[in-house]
Design a protein. Sequence first.
Length: 455
Amino acid sequence: MKHHHATLSVAVLAMACLTAPGSAQNYNLNPTYGTYNLRSGFLPDPQTINVIAGGPNNVSAATGGQCAGYAAEAPDVRINFSGGSFDRINFSAVSNADTTLIVNDPNGTWWCDDDSGNGLNPLIELTPISGQYDIWVGTYGRNTAPATLAISELPYGSAPVQPPAPVMPAPVSGPDYNLNPTYGTYNLRSGFLPDPQTFQVVAGGNTDVGAMTNYECRGYAASAPDIRINFTGGAFNRINFSALSNADTTLIVNDPNGTWWCDDDSGNGLNPLIELTPISGQYDIWVGTYGRNTAPATLSVSELPYGSAPVTAPPPRRPSGPDYTLAPTYGTYTLRSGFTPDPFEVQVVAGGANSASNWSNGQCAGFVANAPDVRLMFQGGSFPELYFSVGSNSDTTLVINDPNGNWHCDDDSGNAGLNPLLRMAPISGQYDIWVGTYGSSTANAVLSISELYSR
């Protein structure tokens, strides 16, 4: 039976979850047949996973008829996907039964299909987004049946592409970002200090990078990355990678989109420089040498223009104040757009020893602790606003540092007189939250986080 392809808003599904939790798809549950990490350009293409299609939940009833069939509550498969140069990602299923397909994409949007593939098999073709895809393979009737889920970046129906067959003699292995970095993994957040961050490495290796890249890149490097940087972007509009050595060095970087960058002599003298528009995610970095020799080198990572004077310490600051580098007192919580229950609430003790007014030159009010009360790791979706509010019998205040490093504060904008409310356009990333008191006393309070309304 043919059905039109449909999208279902998170709001509609959230209401279904609230009224009938047993008949909804729940991406918070662990997938039955595993979690898989795929990066654009994966081989073989398609990737196939055997599942049992179907389940006890009537998807049509849960979605007001927009989707069809019966499926399990937990996802069958979870895909963590890193996008690249391909302009599509296809999800399809093959079975002797009449199957259906439901996908929740990284933006929290729901997609479903019944028969857009061959015969009675489903097909969903999306514009690729990096992030988490949760996938259910359903059946049109109540029966369950063996099925094969396929994920592909090729046009539907294309011949499969297998990894290249081994060539004898085997070529020398090249830079491989799947290997552990030789000199460590480092987490950097935009605005890091000191700037530049520097790392001591031994440049060079056994791999002829030029031969591997038709001489678009130069030099010799190791197979494993020298350094891995997990980077969270912010207000700066550049990130520079450079190397300094008495030898003639080269530089190779694989960015979070899977793009390769290389340079030989764009820095001072015979030293390399790669300047990129910053993207949050994983950077793998190799420092090579132009000849086959190895040599000591210093890798630098900076958000400043190349050649700028180093910034080694933050501007003078007051002895105490909110510090987002400290561990949160009442926990770290991960929420994805469409979360339930909404509001999400955390019990805290409001207040602290620091005057927010003194710290912020009068822009914020009240007294707060040094460490955040709560840390929120948030993945945005289709909702246009994110509400932070506080309920308490005392006069409370609110201070938030958002994923871009911007500070927000409020005293009395909430619904209950002396309680605060901050409304923000949602940004994916880390929110550090302090609940203060207008006076120097502490008080019990409830922090509420919502996409629907304020407390």
